[in-house]
Design a protein around this ligand. Structure first.
Ligand code: ATP
Ligand code: MG
Length: 345
């Protein structure tokens, strides 16, 4: 549960501080569009911090998982390269962080068959996150890929024996499946896998310009890649409310408060204070403040991104090198799995 994860998180924090290089963290994204400020403050910034502290960091581009809630994965090459650009621009360093594509590491996906044998259909059916994702899916029927999604995630995490998985609260049940799979595998075949811990993100949810969760695939996002002018236009069109007095009250005024929060995060300030300063200026003043805060904060990242985007060949090289590194790790683990299961012929 959440309280226990938070307590464990505080303990882990100390252990990481004492010996960062003893930890391996796995995170990732689906290549469904460009990364936005929700990702940046919710996870990307944290990944860069872990990397810079010396934690061994792997970032998986979950291309197969695009197909969990839609029938086709479109523009994959472009979207995968865009993700790599966003990562590098945000400060992930391919010398220290392994960036790789799921489909490029076949040894990883081999773990799926033994892992599937370790979970029951009723366990999968009970998983609250799967239930929720199925309810919001655009597909008319539930695919086997969607249904077994937590088991895929177990393979993604366990192939590299990650100890730490940064997650939002909604992802905690998935990590429980990963821990269960690891435990059951070890019980049945002998110790191979660690049971990874969640690093629970404390980042609040940012809303998009339409007042719902900022999301890559909803067309409501302020992306890292957008220009300053595009950002200004998007913020100008953002939903607010009729009250001219700007306050920070996330429960009562979600749209206005999310904009205030965005400015506060960009400026490293307290949202209540940011709101108080705008005072009676209304939506227009709020939007001016947010636009300036976002564009100022992202300017160096965007400059790096523009530079990096000129050399697509380099981006592809980064990805190939990451694929190779991840592949070597997966082969090593698969060897251990084969010995444990008695299938090293
Ligand atoms: P998709 O459209 O493919 O579902 P998405 O934009 O909804 O993409 P997620 O895959 O849901 O992104 O998010 C990955 C992680 O990024 C989340 O677990 C969370 O940590 C962070 N994140 C995404 N969107 C937001 C947001 N709006 N506010 C805060 N954090 C976010
Ligand atoms: Mg999503």
């Amino acid at each position: 549960d959440v309280a226990a994860a938070l307590r464990r998180g505080a303990e882990l924090e100390k252990e990481i501080a004492a010996a960062p290089s003893r930890f391996r963290v796995l995170t990732g994204d689906r290549p469904t569009g460009r990364l936005h400020l929700g990702h940046y403050f919710g996870t990307l910034r944290g990944r860069v911090e872990l990397q810079d502290r010396g934690v061994d960091t792997l970032v998986l581009i979950a291309d197969y998982q695009v197909l969990t809630d839609r029938d086709v994965a479109e523009h994959l090459t472009e979207r995968v390269e865009d993700l790599v650009l966003d990562y590098l621009a945000a400060g992930l360093d391919p010398e220290r962080t392994t960036i790789f594509a799921h489909s490029a590491v076949p040894a990883l996906n081999q773990l799926l068959l033994p892992f599937l044998s370790l979970v029951s259909v009723s366990e999968l059916r009970r998983n609250p996150t799967v239930k929720d994702e199925i309810a919001h899916s655009r597909q008319s029927s539930v695919s086997g890929l969607m249904f077994t999604y937590p088991v895929h995630q177990a393979a993604d995490i366990l192939f590299c024996k990650a100890d730490l998985v940064p997650v939002g609260q909604d992802q905690l049940p998935h990590l429980e499946v990963t821990r269960t799979v690891a435990r059951r595998f070890n019980d049945r075949y002998g110790q191979v896998f660690p049971q990874p811990d969640a690093l629970l993100s404390s980042a609040p949810l940012l809303l998009g310009t339409d007042g719902t969760k900022m999301s890559k695939s909803r067309g409501n996002a302020l992306t890292l890649a957008a220009t300053a002018d595009e950002t200004a236009a998007l913020i100008k069109g953002a939903k607010t409310d009729a009250d001219r007095r700007i306050t920070y009250e996330p429960d009562r005024r979600p749209e206005v408060s999310s904009l205030v929060l965005l400015a506060a995060l960009c400026q490293g300030r307290d949202p209540v204070q940011v709101a108080a300063e705008i005072g009676d200026g209304g939506g227009a003043a709020l939007k001016r403040t947010v636009t300036e805060a976002v564009n100022d904060h992202l300017a160096p990242l965007r400059a790096r991104r523009t530079e990096l985007a000129k050399d697509r060949a380099r981006i592809r090289k980064v990805l190939r090198a990451g694929n190779e590194k991840a592949g070597a790790i997966a082969e090593e683990t698969l060897d251990e799995v084969r010995s444990a299961m008695g299938t090293s012929y």
